[in-house]
Design a binder for this molecule. Structure first.
Ligand code: SF4
Ligand code: SF4
Ligand code: FES
Length: 234
């Protein structure tokens, strides 16, 4: 079967054996046809998150996706391409720092089983960046914190050991939860079954309990804007 792979110089076609996982097919090309083909891999078992690529426009882990004839393979979007399918993930990781998804002020509490079960969902994130690459908001707003960073914020905002949850909530207001269009693309591509879109909705509710609201409502205003005008009807 044929695979079309984006190289530095443009797309190139390769013939590979039938029925291979994509990562195996990439190794087959590298070992038998073209040693210059560059891609990332580590665990080969959906744990390290390094092998994410786009296939026919959708993000997948190369180590778990079964390749099909005529598949078109490209690197993740919004990442600097180091070479071929290998990308620099530092921008995405800087968003993790900006969203402050970590413990700020430690509160000495013992977590029960339910707490641990709840936190384990977001903790399963393998930082593959698939959701980041799938997010359409990144295309128009490079400052957007992005799905996995916000998911991580929820993980710590819901941690009973965090004494200062407001610090986390404050950090995700600008270019964060309100900029998401709730399109769900991030949730669709996550290989670990995490639901960043749903997590963002929960973060909006938590933010509202701290007095925050969607800034777009403010922009609508009462004078000529959309909505209820207390002085002049609708
Ligand atoms: S739901 Fe929000 S974060 Fe997820 S892909 Fe859509 S815009 Fe991006
Ligand atoms: S939330 Fe899912 S898709 Fe996004 S980085 Fe984590 S594991 Fe990958
Ligand atoms: S090689 Fe580790 S997730 Fe694919």
């Amino acid at each position: 079967m044929k695979l079309k792979i984006k190289r530095e110089s443009g797309f190139r076609e390769y013939e590979v054996s039938e029925g291979l996982l994509l990562l195996k097919a990439l190794y087959e090309i590298k070992q038998k046809q073209d040693s210059t083909l560059t891609f990332d891999s580590g665990c080969r078992s959906m744990v390290c998150g390094t092998c994410a690529v786009r296939v026919n426009g959708k993000e997948v882990l190369a180590c778990s996706y079964k390749a099909n004839d005529e598949d078109v393979i490209e690197p993740l979007r919004y990442h600097k391409v180091i070479r071929d399918l290998k990308v620099d993930k530092s921008l995405a990781q800087s968003k993790n720092r900006a969203s402050e998804g970590y413990l700020h002020k430690y509160n000495e509490v013992v977590l029960n089983q339910n707490d641990e079960k709840k936190l384990s969902i977001q903790s399963d994130c393998i930082l593959c960046d698939s959701c980041f690459s799938a997010c359409p908001v990144m295309e128009v707003n490079e400052n957007f914190l992005g799905p996995f960073s916000l998911t991580r914020s929820l993980r710590y905002a819901e941690d009973r050991r965090e004494e200062d949850k407001k610090e986390i909530i404050d950090a995700i207001q600008k270019s964060g939860i309100w900029d998401c269009t709730l399109c769900g693309e991030c949730t669709l591509v996550c290989p670990k079954g995490i639901d960043p879109k749903g997590d963002i909705v929960i973060l909006r509710n938590i933010s509202a309990s701290y007095g925050y609201m969607d800034p777009n409502f403010n922009n609508m205003g009462f004078d000529g804007g959309f909505g209820f005008d207390p002085n002049g009807g609708f």
